[in-house]
Design a binder for this molecule. Structure first.
Ligand code: SAM
Length: 221
């Protein structure tokens, strides 16, 4: 694969279409400074999520996997004044970095971080009637992606957009067997998604600043 070409094209697209302001740049810097993994979505993917949120007129967004809040900020910026985004994060250090970024970006009133295991928090969201969400972004740990998606369906309505990142894993999903539970987790999810009659869905491959991967996109019927 020509990674250098993909990165150059990503930069070319970036120069044309996305304007990362000081807030987003500082969010990226905060992630580097605090030593947390540099595994946010790319700027171009962030812009893509922003456009999707606007396309579905999202007023309520759910995210699983906050990290430093980079994707969260792109999506939250698509919300109307009374919009709300709930983001789930297991790691307190990540959540603290994200919180500082939301404050600095003036988004604290729109974003709620829930700290804990996503699989434990999702039932409480249902119980308290936090949904239905207009858009749900799945980007936490990969082994339970199928369970996250099943919860996403319970927290959705017809027309909700569900997006799941990192579902191609440099093509390793083509392997019959893999010792990597992230690969087996997304393979199980992709298979489930392909047979789920509650949604119409597809996966598109992603290349660029990030390694070869893919995003699944599902529209709830
Ligand atoms: N969405 C972020 C972005 O693009 O800016 C990146 C999220 S990163 C790929 C995955 C995040 O999920 C990490 O911050 C990790 O700590 C968190 N995570 C991992 N396992 C989790 C779990 N069981 N519940 C909630 N969050 C989890």
């Amino acid at each position: 694969m020509n990674q250098q070409l993909f990165e150059s094209v990503d930069q070319y697209i970036g120069r044309l279409f996305y304007n990362e302001d000081a807030c987003l740049k500082e969010t990226e810097q905060s992630i580097i400074r605090s030593g947390i993994p540099q595994i946010s979505v790319s700027p171009n993917q962030g812009k893509f999520l922003h456009i999707l949120a606007r396309l579905c007129n999202a007023k309520k967004i759910l995210e699983m996997g906050t990290l430093g809040g980079y994707s969260t900020i792109w999506m939250a910026r698509a919300l109307p004044a009374n919009g709300k985004l709930i983001t789930l994060e297991i790691d307190k250090n990540h959540a603290d970095v994200a919180r500082q970024n939301f404050n600095r970006c003036g988004l604290a009133s729109k974003i709620e971080i829930r700290l804990g295991k996503a699989i434990d928090i999702l039932p409480s969201l249902k119980e308290e009637g936090a949904g239905p969400f207009d858009m749900i972004f799945i980007d936490a740990d990969k082994p339970p992606y199928t369970e996250y998606f099943q919860w996403a369906l319970k927290l959705a309505r017809p027309g909700t957009l569900i997006i799941a990142d990192n579902v191609i894993r440099e093509g390793k999903v083509l392997l019959q067997e893999s010792p990597d539970e992230m690969v087996t987790g997304v393979k199980r999810f992709n298979q489930f998604l392909s047979q789920c009659s509650d949604v119409t869905a597809t996966i598109f491959q992603t290349v660029g600043a990030k390694e070869h991967d893919g995003m699944a996109i599902a529209l709830v019927k």
